[in-house]
Ligand binder design. Structure first.
Ligand code: PGA
Length: 249
């Protein structure tokens, strides 16, 4: 059985007053029936870890550098995230791929760096609208999986997030058939590459305009093991119904 995961990505949102949202979140779900993760901006990680202490709420980074130390101004290493108390890190989010020109190879190396520090990597993949309209979605997904994932991983240290780029922050959501097609395809690819044990056990999240109002139908799709949520993770009143929907799925 794959344990479900409700993950929030705050992106470049939140200063210290946002910690009140984390506190409210843990109080709203004192004993959650699913795993919960929030990835706040790096400046809030240490404080968020304190706020989430003694609760199942995990705290993660949004990116890490592939090297452990060095002359990389503005970057943060997986070791630093670990030291700050993070347990997870997103790698390959489409905004990193676009804004910072991250390639599959870089993402694979970042994922390896995360694993080397004992962090759980949430590796993000997804097609653009142009790629979907050209009927290239599955090829793009196959290429990103092949390039962004290391040859050695476990179901414990790796989560996949399928996020169609055109669904992120747009309010547009694929049909449930489209989500199911890609999630089933990812599952098959993982089983082929990592064997039935690991490939069957890795969790696959859906991300892109998940809200309380569409969470039930998304979580009913096969091989959807949770969600990576952007905008709707910023406030408890928006994120909490998504967590509840996942608990009931
Ligand atoms: P969204 O973002 O929920 O605001 O669409 C999802 C993501 O980028 O992880």
């Amino acid at each position: 059985m794959r344990r479900k995961l409700a993950a929030g990505n705050w992106k470049m949102n939140g200063t210290s007053d946002a910690l009140a949202q984390l506190d409210a979140l843990r109080k709203a779900h004192p004993t959650p029936g699913v795993d919960m993760l929030i990835c706040p901006p790096a400046t809030l990680i240490s404080a968020a870890v304190v706020t989430a202490a003694d609760h199942a709420l995990a705290i993660g980074g949004q990116d890490c550098h592939m090297n452990e130390t060095g002359a990389h101004t503005g970057d943060i290493s997986a070791a630093m995230l670990k030291d700050a108390g993070a347990s997870h890190v997103l790698t390959g989010h489409s905004e990193r791929r676009t804004d910072h020109g991250e390639s599959d190879e870089m993402i694979r190396n970042k994922t390896k760096a995360a694993h080397a520090q004992g962090l759980i990597a949430v590796v993000c993949i997804g097609e653009t609208l142009k790629e979907r309209e050209a009927a290239n979605t599955l090829d793009i997904i196959a290429g990103q999986l092949a390039g962004s994932l290391p040859d050695v991983l476990t179901a414990e240290n790796t989560v996949i997030a399928y996020e169609p780029v055109w669904a992120i922050g747009t309010g547009k959501v694929p049909t449930m058939n489209q989500i199911g097609e890609v999630h089933d395809y990812i599952r098959t690819k993982l089983e082929q590459r990592y064997g039935a044990g690991v490939g069957t056990s890795i969790r696959i999240l859906y991300g892109g305009s998940v809200k309380g109002s569409n969470a039930d139908e998304i979580f009913a799709v096969s091989n959807v093991d949770g969600a990576l949520v952007g905008g709707a993770s910023l406030r408890v009143e928006d994120f909490s119904p998504i967590i509840t929907a996942l608990e009931n799925a």
